[in-house]
Design a protein around this ligand. Structure first.
Ligand code: FAD
Ligand code: 2HG
Ligand code: ZN
Length: 484
């Protein structure tokens, strides 16, 4: 045995011929990939910055095969990296560089097991893409509200493992609030059938919550019971130019007061972010004649019989203009315009990726602190790296900013030289205000150590105790979330 690149120097054996034969017997030829071309798509993340190697990629078809694969790997001492759609932004689904781990892809667990519109629940397997789950709910006349730019590729299992957020959290909450029950393969291969579909269940520890947001470090999610909601076929959507970030926050209060639970999304986009979208995302066009420093996307949604949403939106925007919070507004008049406005928001990640290296910060702060954060931190970052591009956007209604950085246009790579200094400025301010350095993307490897530094020993002890109890040999996604 030779050491892996596990930061603690843990030693894991390579895949033996015997293990590979046993895996082939259980999963079949299409369930075990070893050829370089076949495994390549599983080895690099969406950002293109995390790369790994593997002994094999395992592609079980159902829960029984996941259980077999996990048991066989656990008995052989081989570390496993669960992977769904591979859209995660923190390196959590990428294997290490040793070539001794396996990726356990859930991509073939794609069954919608049941949709129960009367009970407002849906039971789906982990590899179902989020968009497919939403479509299945819609076909039954219901809404599964989780929504994000990656929904065509990310999976329900990945959404659960990362406790994903997205653009509808304001109204429906994060994935944690949308899960009623789980089926999980534990690190020793046993299956926990916790597919309960009831809303009230106070029978001791809420075990499912341990696996939500654990980023595959405690077990493999194979299926889930999800909550459904009434559909919101009526929408009113507008692209706003608030006077500044404080005004954007004040407009949110106006919208909350007037639209109440019909407010489904409230997103912020800086001019820098919009410039990148307009440059790289086909079909986007600035609806305003003049440039503004900040934009907000607002959407109200409700059932067909609801009071006219347009009227509520217009009244809210009218008040915002009167109070001098709003400089300009464009209200979508139909589906095509609505989709065009959403593209300007959801295209930012892709557009920024086209502009070279970036540093992603996914922070939450008390919402009243956002304006001061943006002003102060921006000044300090510009002093450290003149020409730095602050690609600020995100779910302002949740106090969650994607405070992303790109390097100067004439030297984009200069950013990475100063990565630690720039990040320290952001994290220092987040810590001062009691915020979080990962609002919705998780920790993976990129934020693992920074999060540990911000947490006290007591909290870390609790986390290590949970990990040690469920995964005593440390083979389930080692090195992610926390070092044991
Ligand atoms: P992967 O990337 O495959 O895995 C992510 C983590 O979950 C890894 O640690 C992996 O080991 C673990 N995992 C995956 N499946 C399982 C399983 N079945 N059991 C146990 N562990 C598992 N995120 C947001 O929260 N909000 C957004 O608005 C948002 N927008 C995005 C937009 C774009 C363009 C992109 C590229 C990403 C975006 N993301 C967003 C991030 C990402 O899509 C989410 O984190 C998503 O939940 C990851 O799902 P996945 O299936 O791709 O998981
Ligand atoms: C979003 O809200 C996503 O668009 C992606 O969470 C953020 O790419 C990012 O940094
Ligand atoms: Zn986001």
């Amino acid at each position: 045995m030779t050491p892996t690149d596990d930061p603690r120097g843990h030693v894991t054996p390579a895949l033996t011929d015997g293990l590979l034969r046993a895996l082939l017997d259980s999963l079949g030829r299409s369930g075990v990939l070893t050829e370089p071309d076949d495994v390549a798509p599983y080895l690099t993340d969406w950002t293109g910055t995390h790369h790994g190697r593997v002994g094999a990629v395992l592609r079980p078809r159902d829960t029984a095969q996941v259980s077999d694969a996990v048991r066989l790997c656990a008995e052989a001492g081989v570390a496993m990296v669960p992977q769904g759609g591979n859209t995660g932004l923190c390196g959590g689904a990428t294997p290490d560089a040793s070539g001794r781990q396996v990726v356990l892809s859930l991509g073939r667990l794609r069954r919608i097991r049941e949709v129960d519109p009367a009970a407002d629940t849906m039971t789906v397997e982990a590899g179902v893409p989020l968009a497919t789950a939403r479509e299945a709910a819609a076909a039954a006349g219901r809404l599964f509200p989780l929504s994000m730019g990656s929904e065509g590729s990310c999976t329900i299992g990945g959404n659960i493992a990362t406790n994903a957020g997205g653009t509808a959290v304001l109204r429906y909450g994060m994935m944690r609030e949308l899960v009623l029950g789980l089926e999980v393969v534990l690190p020793d291969g046993r299956v926990w059938d916790g597919l309960r579909a009831v809303r009230k269940d106070n029978t001791g520890y809420d075990v499912k919550q341990l696996f939500i947001g654990a980023e595959g470090t405690l077990g493999v999610v194979t299926a889930a019971v999800l909550r459904l909601f009434p559909q919101t076929p009526c929408r009113a959507t507008a692209w706003l130019a608030p006077r500044d970030v404080d005004a954007a926050v004040a407009i949110l209060s106006v919208l909350r007061e007037r639209a109440a639970e019909r407010l489904t999304a409230y997103e912020l986009v800086s001019r820098q972010a919009l410039d990148m979208v307009l440059a790289h995302v086909p079909g986007t066009r600035d609806p305003f004649r003049e440039n503004h420093p900040w934009y907000a996307l607002v959407e109200l949604g409700g059932p067909a019989a609801a009071e006219d949403l347009d009227t509520v939106l217009e009244a809210s925007l009218g008040e915002a203009f009167e109070r001098d919070l709003l400089v300009d507004a464009a209200v979508a008049t139909g589906t095509a315009q609505r989709e065009a406005l959403w593209l300007m928001r959801e295209g930012v990640s892709e557009a920024q990726r086209s502009e070279g290296p970036s540093i992603k910060h996914d922070v939450t702060l008390p919402i009243g602190d956002l304006a001061a954060f943006v002003a102060d931190v921006g000044t300090r970052l510009r002093a450290l790296l003149p020409g730095i591009r602050l690609v600020t956007y995100g779910h302002v209604g949740d106090g969650n900013l994607h405070y992303n950085l790109s390097g100067p246009v004439d030297d984009p790579s200069a950013l990475l030289v100063l990565r630690d200094e720039l990040t320290a400025v952001v994290y220092e301010r987040v810590a001062q205000r009691g915020g979080s350095i990962s609002a919705e993307h998780g920790l993976g490897t990129t934020k693992r150590d920074a999060a540990a530094a911000l947490k006290g020993e007591v909290e870390l002890d609790v986390a290590r105790a949970v990990k040690g109890a469920l995964d005593p040999t440390g083979l389930m996604n080692p090195g992610k979330v926390l070092l044991t």
